[in-house]
Write a protein that binds this ligand. Structure first.
Ligand code: NAD
Length: 542
């Protein structure tokens, strides 16, 4: 059992059958200290008097009653954020970057508390929760250290050399609305917000209802790092109502979630003529080429498929394996999968944790049952494991999946992968590109250059060669996002911060106007201009 000194958590390893609410059932006990929870939830902007109960996937342990926000509360959150943004935008880039670096250190210092809370709310394996901390630390450092590169005003060539001075400023959008999902509750709460703040914006965040406490602790760390408290507002409530109010007030919306919801967000933003970035779903392919190191690929596949119990936008749900190595790969992958430790607990020893909810369990179960009923074979897994936790489902490998099955083209978002044999690499590329998604792909080969050449033919926003997803996700200078119905816009890299700015061009003219001079006729002026244009082209000017 890990230390819970920060959260005051009771023993998280014990599994009870719940659901029980200590408000109404004297035998039930909260998993977290009440005062600790209150110190987090007081940050929600809420005047409704209503709360929503949150229970952990670990034994359905009750965790909190989270205050709910009305559309009027969302409007108030935007008003507060807007006031704070005006003075924040006037601070120096260096001051903002320094706050981000303090946040970096706080994240690392307080990682046990953060991980405990993430595990309580999501039921994920502790190692998966740690990766959220690491991802945020990487993000904070990358943007703090590259702030000037992205945000400084840039001189560009003016219309006339020496006469026209032109520069491009980066102006913050204003107040950014961030709507985030439950699957990486810590990482998704902050990773898109950091560049927004650095660029001089304020944020109103609407995290998913199931993982509010983690998002609220993240907001508290922002305060402790020295960001003005009013700069980051948190609202809570059902997606359509509270998320809809975010779209109604924001100057820009950053959304991460399902493709279906992303479409609605895009429609709302189109009506208001505001921009948005959409990080959506995927049905990600992994290709094991004939020259792959089979053991390495099999080990990578367990991470590619079962990290976070498959509730990961960039995890793999389709595995295409070359004929020549198919049998060896499948043996190695199945035996490594069977050796995984499952559980719903705070232990570091868990390889794969719980699904987050009954809804997730229902989808995963339905996809597996549908595939089996239509003739797919379960090579390993395939069963719900209530003995380990209410929503634990075994890591599952399916063979013989066909286009009539739910799990063929639809995102399962769980620990289920379909494995297919291929005979030529052209065929593998075609099948990988099949469907409407285009988020992430993974290619395994001993010839990295060949892997990179094949990557260029895959219609995905990120492609990892000899890794699952971590290589692109952890390379913060590289943009991350989806092609096709997997998204619009990118997080990370220059695009991840410039999306929160408007470019503003300022050009200053001196000595001569851009008009005929000295009583010159328009006709003569056109001749002079034409001669000047020819000279500039000869000089090789842009
Ligand atoms: P979801 O779309 O149901 O919910 C995501 C967020 O949107 C939640 O905060 C929810 O409350 C809110 N929401 C729901 N309906 C809304 C509406 N009508 N208007 C405004 N907001 C609304 O997604 P989910 O099921 O919670 O998350 C899983 C999905 O997210 C998967 O498809 C996964 O692939 C995707 N995802 C993508 C990325 C990425 O970076 N591409 C990362 C994580 C998750």
């Amino acid at each position: 059992m890990s230390e819970h000194s920060h959260t005051g958590a009771s023993s998280g390893g014990s599994i009870s059958d719940g659901p029980a609410d200590p408000e109404h059932d004297s035998t039930a006990a909260y998993g977290l200290d009440r005062a600790y929870v209150a110190s987090l939830t007081r940050r929600v902007v809420s005047t409704t008097g209503e709360t929503a109960a949150v229970a952990s996937p670990i034994g359905r342990t009750p965790l909190a009653h989270v205050p709910q926000s009305s559309p009027a509360d969302v409007a108030e959150a935007f008003a507060r954020a807007r006031r704070a943004q005006a003075s924040w935008a006037a601070t120096s880039i260096d001051d903002r970057a320094a706050a981000l670096l303090r946040l970096h250190d706080l994240l690392l210092d307080r990682q046990d508390e953060l991980i405990d809370l993430v595990v309580w709310e999501s039921g994920k394996a502790r190692k998966d929760a740690y990766l959220e901390v690491a991802h945020l630390a990487l993000t904070a450092r990358y943007y703090a250290r590259t702030a000037h590169e992205h945000l400084d005003s840039v001189r560009v060539g003016g219309m006339f050399p020496l006469l026209t001075r032109a520069e491009v400023n980066r102006v913050p959008k204003g107040v950014v609305g961030i709507i985030s999902p439950w699957n990486y509750p810590l990482s998704m709460a902050l990773c898109d917000g950091m560049p927004a703040l650095l660029a001089g914006n304020a944020v109103v965040a609407k995290p998913d209802a199931q993982t509010m406490l983690t998002a609220l602790l993240a907001a508290q760390l922002l305060d402790e790092a020295g960001f003005p408290p009013e700069l980051w507002q948190v609202v809570a409530g059902p997606g359509p109502e509270v998320g809809g109010a975010i779209v109604a007030h924001a100057d820009y919306v950053c959304f991460t979630g399902s493709t279906a919801t992303g479409r609605k967000i895009a429609q709302g933003c189109a009506d208001r003529l505001i921009g948005c970035s959409l990080e959506l779903g995927g049905k990600n392919p992994m290709l094991v080429l004939r020259d792959a190191d089979v053991q390495r690929a099999a080990e990578g596949a367990t991470r590619a498929v079962f990290s976070n119990a498959g509730q990961l936008c960039v995890s793999m749900e389709r595995l295409f394996v070359a004929d020549q190595v198919y049998d060896r790969f499948v043996d190695a992958f199945v035996s490594r999968t069977q050796a995984m430790t499952l559980g719903a607990s705070h232990e570091w020893s868990v390889d794969m944790g719980s699904l987050i909810s009954q809804a997730q369990l229902d989808t995963v179960t339905a996809h597996v049952e549908d595939a089996v009923a239509k003739g797919a074979h379960v090579l390993t897994g395939g069963r719900h494991r209530p003995d380990l936790g209410p929503f634990v489902f075994e890591p599952t490998i399916l063979e013989g999946v066909s286009a009539d099955m739910e799990c063929f083209g639809k995102e399962t978002f769980g620990p289920v992968v379909s494995i297919y044999r291929f005979h030529s690499e052209d065929e593998a590329v075609d099948r990988a590109n099949d469907g409407q998604y285009g988020l992430n792909a993974s290619i395994w080969t001993r010839d990295a250059a060949r892997g990179r050449a094949i990557a260029r033919r895959i219609k995905c926003g990120t492609v990892n060669v000899n890794e699952a997803y971590g290589a692109t996700f952890g390379s913060l200078g590289a943009p991350m996002g989806g092609m096709r119905e997997s998204g619009m816009g990118r997080r990370q890299g220059a695009e991840g911060i410039l999306r929160y700015t408007e470019s503003q061009s300022v050009a200053t003219q001196r000595l001569m106007p851009i008009a005929p001079m000295f009583g010159m006729s328009e006709e003569t002026n056109a001749k002079v201009m034409t001669a000047a244009l020819r000279v500039l082209n000869k000089l090789g000017r842009a």
